[in-house]
Design a protein around this ligand. Structure first.
Ligand code: AMP
Length: 531
């Protein structure tokens, strides 16, 4: 059968086969809202009718400006399953950026969560292209407009996605490397991504899992976890705000798998280590978006007994590209050797092809997978975008033979383990040689007095660029810490790699998705660094 692959199948399967599974939301007031998949399914059908009645048609873009809540999850299904395109807005972008994005996306309707209603007001005056702007306070209060829409809508709706290649979602990149760019996903691409990440050697979610995506639902569709969890029949825990106590949330809901960027796990670590609650259900962290420092992987695995799985991907890839798990052949290695492997970004998941490339005058040549040769990382897969939204593919982002140029610089070893060396734009070029900021950051984080470290290249008349380390120190760090760190790096790297300066700060600025913001660091510290 030529059977279209659509999200309607995911929600139907979740309801029929796993209808009693739970969706729990930690609301901003600290209370838990709970219902099961069947309750969600029934509301999704009513919501589909309500949104259709508001005039939304096939192909229209419908935005959300919302936290991780059950209502957001309902919209994750209702909008695509009527043939419209779900566009989760990054609430951490500036009103000016968001206004441009909404204008480009031509969003017809925006669902706004009450948590962000005040913040949305600053944006609303800048948004001129919407036919309808709908304030939807996403509280559990039955009197809200959202609840009225659902209760007044008809309960029956027949899904009618005729083509699996219909667009279902639109996410913008976080804008770390220039202005945010739109990426359109189709029913087919998300369905296949869901199947791929649900393989045992990838996220490996099962019906017995309780999944906590601490990644915002606007960041690359929450890494596909809302769809993957429900297809697997796992319980889902959504946190509408930063939990006051993550250990309590895990203990109360029995979370088994949690996902987020490394900063989330660095922040949560002291709390989880010193906890009074029982968090023994937690078996795995899925970490991506940025390199997870080896020291943090070790802390979680050794001190908390939680397996850390590093994933690499991009908004352009739905987002999963690689996943880092040990192979049987690694079982005899020492713990330290195992952590070295886990700190790599991992092997391509089934369906994703990677290649390492070097640019020549006639295009690209492929480089060997020897774990040493450094090259530009290029990818292709059924869930990788072939262009940005409303933009013709350019050679800057796509090769003529249709691979995505990731902008990452990496090595790949003979077993297919990929390791990010740097973002192409973050590589420091000093005296014609390359210095990897990531390698220096990883080395700095090995020192117990270093909590966070970012290395940036600042312009230098003689060398072109020189590395400078910006570091957050632990309380009561050694007074001679600069010298100690320099010495430590000298034992690992050539002399010209050693940062010229160490700048100590209270906090590293973060991007809208919680990664270290190197552009902001360069801007903020430019006068200090050059002084
Ligand atoms: P985004 O589209 O915002 O998720 O950003 C994608 C970029 O984040 C990638 O091209 C990488 O530079 C970076 N990234 C994602 N995952 C990882 C990871 N596990 N380790 C290092 N960098 C990562």
């Amino acid at each position: 059968m030529n059977y279209p692959l659509t999200l309607a199948q995911i929600i139907e399967h979740a309801h029929r086969i796993h209808g009693d599974k739970q969706v729990t939301t930690l609301l901003p007031d600290g209370t838990l809202h709970r219902y099961n998949y069947t309750a969600l399914y029934k509301r999704v059908k009513r919501l589909a009718n309500a949104v259709t009645k508001l005039g939304i048609q096939c192909g229209d873009r419908v935005a959300t400006y919302a936290a991780n809540t059950y209502q957001h999850l309902e919209l994750y299904y209702a909008i695509p399953c009527i043939g419209a395109v779900l566009h989760p807005l990054n609430v951490r972008l500036s009103p000016v950026q968001l206004a441009q994005i909404i204008h480009e996306a031509e969003d017809k309707l925006i669902f706004v969560d009450s948590t962000f209603a005040a913040q949305f007001k600053a944006l609303q005056s800048k948004v001129e292209c919407n036919e309808v702007i709908n304030f939807e306070p996403m509280s559990a209060d039955a009197n809200t407009l959202y609840e009225q829409l659902i209760s007044e809508a008809a309960p029956a709706y027949t899904w009618d996605i005729r083509d699996e290649n219909w667009a279902m979602g639109l996410c913008y990149t976080s804008g770390t490397q220039g202005e945010p760019r739109g990426v359109l996903y189709t029913h087919r691409s998300v369905f296949l991504h869901t199947l791929a990440v649900n393989q045992t050697d990838v996220f490996g979610l099962t019906e017995a899992d309780v999944v906590l995506p601490l990644v915002p639902m606007f960041h690359a569709m929450a890494w596909g976890l809302p769809y993957a969890s429900m297809f697997a029949g796992a319980d889902i825990v959504l946190s509408a705000a930063k939990p006051a106590c993550i250990a309590t949330l895990i203990a109360e809901t029995g979370v088994t798998v949690a996902a987020g960027v490394p900063t989330v796990w660095a922040d949560a670590y002291p709390e989880l280590r010193d906890r009074k609650q029982d968090i023994s259900t937690l078996r795995r962290l899925i970490v991506g978006g940025e390199a997870m420092p080896l020291s943090l992987i070790e802390a979680y695995e050794k001190e908390l007994g939680v397996e850390v799985c590093h994933a690499w991907g991009m908004t352009e890839m739905s987002p999963t590209g690689t996943f880092s798990k040990l192979r049987t052949a690694h079982q005899s290695l020492s713990d330290a050797e195992k952590w070295q492997i886990k700190a790599k970004q991992g092997r391509p998941i089934p369906g994703v092809e990677l290649r390492l490339a070097a640019e020549t005058s006639n295009g690209f040549t492929e480089l060997p997978w020897d774990g040493k040769t450094i090259g530009e990382l290029q990818v292709r897969s059924p869930w990788t975008a072939n262009s940005y939204y409303k933009v013709e593919p350019t050679p800057e982002h796509f090769t003529t033979d249709k691979w995505l140029r990731t902008g990452d610089i990496a090595t790949i070893d003979a077993n297919g383990y990929m390791q990010i060396v740097d973002r192409a734009k973050a590589i420091i070029r000093s005296g014609g040689e390359s210095i990897s900021s990531v390698a220096l950051e990883t080395a700095l984080l090995k020192h117990p007095d270093v909590c966070e470290a970012v290395v940036v290249g600042i312009p230098d008349e003689k060398w072109g660029e020189r590395p400078v380390a910006v570091v957050v120190l632990a309380e009561q760090a050694d007074e001679n810490i600069s010298d100690i760190l320099k010495q430590q790096l000298t034992s690992e790297f050539s002399k010209f790699w050693i940062p010229d300066k160490f700048v100590f700060v209270d906090e590293i600025p973060k991007t809208s998705v919680g990664k270290s913001d190197k552009r902001a660091i360069l801007q903020m510290f430019a006068p200090t660094l050059n002084g």
